[in-house]
Write a protein that binds this ligand. Sequence first.
Ligand SMILES: [Zn+2]
Length: 238
Amino acid sequence: MKRKHWLLLILSIIAIALSIPELVHNNSGKSKASGSVGKGKLTNAYLVPWSGQNFRYFSPISYFLLDNGYTHSKVHNTILEAYKICESTCPNTQFRIMECSDKSGSKLLFHKTHQNGLSVDFMSSKIKNGKQSRLFDRLGLWHYLLEFSNSGKLNFSNKTSIDFETMARHILALDKAARNNGLRIKKVIFKIELKDDFFKTPSGKKVKQKGIYFAQALPKWTNRVHDDHYHVDFEILR
Ligand SMILES: [Zn+2]
């Protein structure tokens, strides 16, 4: 290739990189959430990291093309602090963050909420033969379509089931980290029929004792899709 062509190629790569905001985004200052999770906006959003020690974002399309990996600064810090806690409470577990909010908030494709940076979807951890199973964690956006039985078994691979204990430990970590960051968990949305299995686990019992609120009734479609992931709404206290 001629020198001129090399130069053109390098310049094009730089131009593409600069046009992907996630590659140049810088988290600084404080975010501002206005309105509600169902009708709101987010100013000076923070971008969650693509990956960390024990977690990663679930989909490059959602992160780089749809720009849906943004949250309020306090939620961002809460998410990271919670995963830090999980390094000791859930050793050898890799977590996945699913959709957060758009860079400036407002409507997200396929979500009724997530509008002001205070809602986050977290992928349900899965277990097979007593060990974490990450095979289906790599589905990207398709993960939202996975369906589980009312006892948490994956429909087409019933040896794989939701790891309710790990999920509860993560929620306990989120609760603790939220309080450290001036937030509280306002609501967890998780399929109604799965809640009994969740609250039966040792850490699920602690979640109940702490009074962390889980939605009591959900519209049919909302209920159906909240098995492969759990949705958390945060509230700013200070
Ligand atoms: Zn959600």
